[in-house]
Design a protein around this ligand. Sequence first.
Ligand code: DX5
Ligand code: ZN
Length: 218
Amino acid sequence: MKYIAPSVLAADFGNLQSAVEMLNQSQADWIHVDVMDGVFVPNISFGMPVIKAIQQHAQKPLDVHLMITQPERYLSDFQKLGADRITVHYEACPHLHRTVQQIKELGCKAGVAINPHTSVNLLENILGDIDLVLIMSVNPGFGGQSFIENTYQKLSDLRQLMQRTSSSVLVEVDGGVSDQNATQLSQAGVNAFVAGSFVFKSVDSIATIAHLKQKVQV
Ligand code: DX5
Ligand code: ZN
C-alpha cells in the first residue's frame, strides 16, 4: 500500500480550513503535521491550537511529525488532538524505547524519524517495536528544500536491515518529494510520501495529489 501525506506546513495558514477541506476531497491518505520547536530544528512551525483547528476539519488520519526535544512531555496532548500516528526523532530521544512504548500505550502508531546524517543501522534495536521509519530526505526545519540523493542509499540499507531482522515497518520519506522522484522512491520501497511545496504550491493541489498517487503505484 502506498500513502500520500501532504504536509500542511506549506499550506496558506490564513485559509487553513479550506486547505484541510481540499485534502478531504483529494486522494491524500494522511495529513502530515510538522511540529517544530525552534530548538531541535532552527524553525518554529505551530503548536496545539493550530493542530486543534486542523483536526476539527480533517476527515483523514493525522500523521504527526515531532521535530521537538523531549517529545514525551506532549505525547498525550497530541493523542488528544487526534494524532493517528506520532513520529519522534531518533536524535531527540535518549530513551527512545520508552518514548515509543508511551506512544503505543496512548493507542497511536509509533514512528521514528532519522536525519540525513543518521545511519539507518542505528534503528536495529527499535525496529521491532515501531510501525514506521521516517527517512528525512532534507534537513528538517523548512519546506521547499532540495531532495538529498543519498536517501536512495539509506532506503537500500533500510531494506537490508528489515530483511536481516525480519521486521516489517512502513517506510516514509519526507522532504523534496515531487513527481520527479516519487516513482523511483516507490521502487526503492517507500510506502508513505510526504509532500509539502509540491502539493500546496501547485495550481491545482487536488490534481497534483492524484498525479503523485498515480506515480507511486509501481
Ligand atoms: C521538513 C518537514 C517536511 C516539509 C516538507 O522539516 O518535515 O514535512 O513540510 O516540505 P517539502 O515537501 O516542501 O520539502
Ligand atoms: Zn515532516
